[in-house]
Design a protein around this ligand. Structure first.
Ligand code: DQQ
Length: 575
């Protein structure tokens, strides 16, 4: 082997290993367990099943594929294994809802049936084409080498409000195959299409070349014949395969969502990619130049591994869609399990969908804001309150009277001084590492303070969601953590301490926090949805009515729980 070849192999292996190690061993692409793919569990375990986060009655699910609103119904399509609780045999399962909370399952919309999707109907998107109705764009897998092509499907009867049956016109499919310049086994997940002023439709397809993540742009006059634009709309070195790209406009001055295709001076664009290498997503805010077929991230928006994330926890393969019934854009992510494959097989299920989130541009224009869709409030039941609860260093106070395994909590924590804030070391660039280093039990100055969720009475098990404020040279730095380290006495679980920094105005002297707690998920929104973290946890003791909720402070600065409201959540009707 020549020296150059050896060096190239060394660099590639070294780089991949470093990424895997830096990211705590999180694996890329769906791990294949061929022997388990079609093994159906004898029974389904309810212990950690969610009550209001979407999950089907059994089996494996992954990312949603074409969320859409059409003729009075929300449609959720998602990647589903009908035969087992690990990834495999992938079809597009289909559920519909009037309110994004309660769901009715329909027959599968797409399943492998044609030469162009015989080995899987993978992710894609839905586009409502004016005058024609909805069209699905999806990735078909044609062989066991994962050759990926882009296909399309239309409803058999677009006047059926439930859009029960989908057809794949086989004289036209596949509509896009990888040309010679493209890696055909890394070519998937078409976006919702949009039409620009020149009348041409456009869509993106995720890909990579060596370690460069790429979003290819395709154009079409008729939605059937697609031609690749000369350049990708955007790409970035070292980020690896870009799965499930999402590209959409956000208004500068309003919280209202925008349809695809809106561009100009009053909008910014968002490009999100799901990084297969580590299974987390990042997004940039920037400007779309339709005439040049280019997207350029703002210089305030880091493009790459350190970029902004919708969620700093377990949240992947997300998609957004415009909801014309309420003029909002909704973002929706998938949360994988973090227990073992054996656990999943025994449970008989794996994977949940996060709560759909309304998404808009922060007035700073540097980031997005997310908030659970308002319809979720319809599940709020019995409510308890806590007002002006002072927390000195080391205090843990229980929030009594709620079903702490299934609860929606909104709390505002206030402090009167930041003098005691610990000094921030500028080398602390990785929030997740810092959360691992400075857990909720490590005393601080201002913080750690926040919630202890899914806690056993004796605090053998708990998942804290908390803030910690540091003093940097000429500003304060706020850290938000969601720490699964002590979430379960069970071993063989992935128990990360997730974290993100929070760009928040501290002059108000307070930070709000909302957590949606649902048996095996704690989904939290810091400072009104600026930094969000979803954790999957599997308590053994803190289950059912043995789960408790506390507020706590472990910093020298006293913290006041100005107000806290917690609602026991009713079960969503998910059939
Ligand atoms: N999962 C799908 C792919 C997509 C990945 C296959 C995202 O289309 O890239 O189930 O998790």
């Amino acid at each position: 082997m020549g020296v150059t070849k050896f060096l190239t192999i060394f660099v590639v292996v070294f780089f991949s290993l470093s990424v895997i190690l830096i990211n705590n061993g999180v694996e890329g692409f769906h791990k294949i367990y061929s022997h388990l793919q079609s093994v159906s569990a004898i029974s389904v375990s309810d212990l950690h099943r969610t009550a209001y986060h979407f999950q089907p009655p059994r089996n494996w699910i992954n990312g949603k594929t074409g969320p859409m609103y059409y003729n009075g119904y929300y449609h959720l399509f998602y990647q589903y294994n009908p035969n087992g609780s690990v990834w495999g045999n992938i079809v597009w399962a289909h559920s519909v809802s009037k309110d994004l909370v309660n769901w009715k399952a329909l027959e599968h919309a797409l399943y492998p049936s044609e030469p162009f999707d015989k080995f899987g109907c993978w992710s894609g998107s839905a586009t409502v084409v004016p005058g024609k109705g909805p069209v699905i764009l999806y990735t078909g897998v044609t062989d066991d080498k994962n050759t990926e092509v882009q296909c399309y499907a239309i409803p058999e009867d677009s006047s059926d409000p439930l859009l029960r049956k989908w057809i794949k016109p086989d004289t036209l499919n596949p509509i896009v195959i990888a040309d010679r310049a493209i890696n055909g086994s890394a070519f998937r997940d078409p976006t919702t299409a949009w039409r620009s002023n020149d009348g041409h439709w456009r869509m993106l397809v995720g890909s990579k070349r060596k370690d460069r993540g790429i979003a290819y742009l395709y154009k079409s006059k008729d939605f059937i014949k697609w031609v690749r634009a000369k350049h990708p709309i955007h790409s970035k070195t070292t980020t690896g395969m870009w799965e499930c790209p999402d590209f959409f406009p956000v208004a500068l001055e309003s919280r209202e969502g925008l349809e695809m295709g809106v561009h100009g001076n009053n909008v910014k664009h968002v490009l999100k990619n799901s990084l297969d290498m580590t299974r987390f997503e990042y997004y940039t805010l920037g400007t779309y130049f339709p005439k040049m077929d280019k997207y350029v991230p703002d210089n305030t928006s880091e493009d790459g591994w350190g970029g902004l994330r919708y969620d700093y926890g377990n949240f992947y393969a997300s998609k957004s869609f415009f909801d014309p019934s309420k003029n909002r854009r909704i973002l929706w992510g998938w949360a994988n399990e973090s227990d073992s494959k054996e656990d999943d097989v025994n449970k008989g299920w794996a994977g949940i969908q996060a709560i759909p989130r309304t998404i808009w541009l922060d007035p700073s224009r540097r980031q997005l804001i997310q908030w659970p869709v308002e319809e979720l409030n319809s599940l709020r039941g019995e409510k308890v309150k806590m007002n002006n609860q002072k927390l000195n260093k080391g205090d843990y106070v229980q929030v009594k009277g709620v079903n702490a395994a299934q609860v929606d909590v909104e709390a505002t924590f206030s402090f009167s001084s930041l003098d005691k804030a610990e000094t921030f070391d500028p080398r602390w660039v990785n929030a997740q590492d810092l959360c691992a280093q400075k857990g909720s039990k490590i005393q601080g100055g201002v913080g750690p303070f926040g919630l202890l969720t899914l806690a056993s009475q004796d605090l053998q098990e708990f998942t804290p969601v908390f803030f910690r404020i540091f003093k940097a040279q000429n500003k304060h730095v706020v850290l938000m953590c969601s720490d699964a380290t002590s979430s379960s006495i069970k071993i063989n679980l992935y128990k990360p301490s997730f974290g993100g920094f929070l760009d928040v105005d501290l002059s108000t002297g307070k930070i709000p926090l909302r957590s949606l707690i649902d048996h095996s998920v704690v989904e939290s929104f810091g400072a009104g949805g600026k930094t969000n973290i979803l954790s999957r946890v599997y308590p053994a003791l803190a289950v059912g009515n043995q789960a408790h909720l506390f507020v706590f402070n472990n910093g020298t600065e006293p913290i006041n729980v100005q107000n806290l409201q917690a609602w026991s959540m009713k079960n969503a009707d998910i059939q």
